[in-house]
Design a protein around this ligand. Sequence first.
Ligand code: ATP
Ligand code: MG
Ligand code: MG
Ligand code: MG
Length: 496
Amino acid sequence: MDSRSVRKAFLDFFESKQHKIVPSAPLVVKNDPTLMFINSGMAPFKDIFLGVSPVKFPRVADTQKCLRVSGKHNDLEEVGIDTYHHTMFEMLGNWSFGDYFKKEAIEWAWELLTDVYKLPKDRLYVTVFEGDAKENLAPDNDAKEIWKKYISEDRILYGNKKDNFWEMGDQGPCGPCSEIHIDLRTEEERAQQDGKELVNNDHPQVVEIWNNVFMEFNRKADGSLEKLPAQHVDTGMGFERLCMALQGKRSNYDTDVFQPMIQFIASQCGIPYGKEEKTDIAMRVMADHIRAISFTITDGQLPSNTGAGYVIRRILRRAVRYAYTFLNLKEPFLYKLVALLADQFEGVFNELKEQKSFVEKVVKEEEASFLRTLAGGIQRFEKYVQGLELLPEHLSLIGQKINEGAQSRIGGEFAFELYDTNGFPIDLTQLLAREIGLTVDMEGFNKALTQQKERSRAATAIDTGDWVLVGTDKETEFLGYDQLEAEVQILKYRKI
Ligand code: ATP
Ligand code: MG
Ligand code: MG
Ligand code: MG
């Protein structure tokens, strides 16, 4: 089943259950101080859950662009290293706003997975919330009783608050959840670990695919829970993970969602995918990050030096450094992937096709400007590391001769210099450090950063974006997100 058919089958299924299919909301959140980017399918519906916005359709389904690179849900460090966490991913979701509850949600989830997608029943596990005494939350035995109609009891596991009580952020709607995991291990792998319960990251081939949240509470600013005015269902299924399961792959990156980009990168740099772990990771990171970068730009956030814009710039620089160091790509390259993505998402997220040349231009320009300082920064970093008195275990990682010293940290002042003169976001320096088993003195870095901010408080230069609006190209109507109708203009920017 190709990925387009997987997505369509989901939406068709819930349409047949009287759900209104709505388009994805933009990734970028402009007016919520608790959230920078949409991190889950429910986030755009937050006000409906809270009872602030009216319910237009009691049942809704969609595929929502999500980004998990900041705040409560941040998966950036796993990306490319593991095979199923992305920065930007699609979350397939169905909702009940005060309409159906656990019984239907569970019944339909099971029907879709096993009747429509025909996933093998003996490869599925589910979890339910075990309760939490401190917060006075009872175990979700209702969900367990419903699941027992479909799946044997030994495949229903209790999970703790971390995994089975879903919260959007530090504040906002939340509730107990029931997750569905799929066991994609080979028979051999299963035999080796037989008898062991495997969910929630115990094995890379046992993967969480779908979360069914029963929204009943609101987490308030003071940390307490209050009951929402009504009970709702909020579900989220990882589209790329589902494609992996349905296409019989062991990695999301082996599906048709990522392979066109990975094969393009491999052919352009002359290194086959699958040859070596390091180059594979670099290709995966690039294929992943360009999606996050492209869709945040189309959805209204340009890379910049502050806030959400800096998150995007950091992701872009991270990708450029992987390409530069491991694939020997020394010229702007990522922008070439935008056209592939635009084709792939035609008819799904058309905004990329519509803004393709603009996105290419921004990405290329950003790559070019970072490539001007990257080589110098890497050299400085290497020189600095050679000057450190390192522990033997670190020396073996960088192939240096052993010198019985004891320093294992990159100094904060030095990390700040890399940030200030070479444009290295701190997490990039941390990544370079981690690759050779070192850490960065973050206290020192933050101190240097604060000092600089104080110095330049009067001159606001570092607190402003560096793309300025120079005009409007054309206007397109964003085909309304039902509750949040918005107009998107295609704007022309110039870098200053
Ligand atoms: P995990 O435990 O794997 O990190 P999660 O519990 O954080 O996932 P949820 O918040 O429950 O994820 O989101 C619902 C679904 O979205 C998950 O079941 C999973 O299929 C998918 N998902 C979550 N995070 C990612 C990600 N970073 N990349 C791809 N899919 C994801
Ligand atoms: Mg997670
Ligand atoms: Mg989880
Ligand atoms: Mg989950």
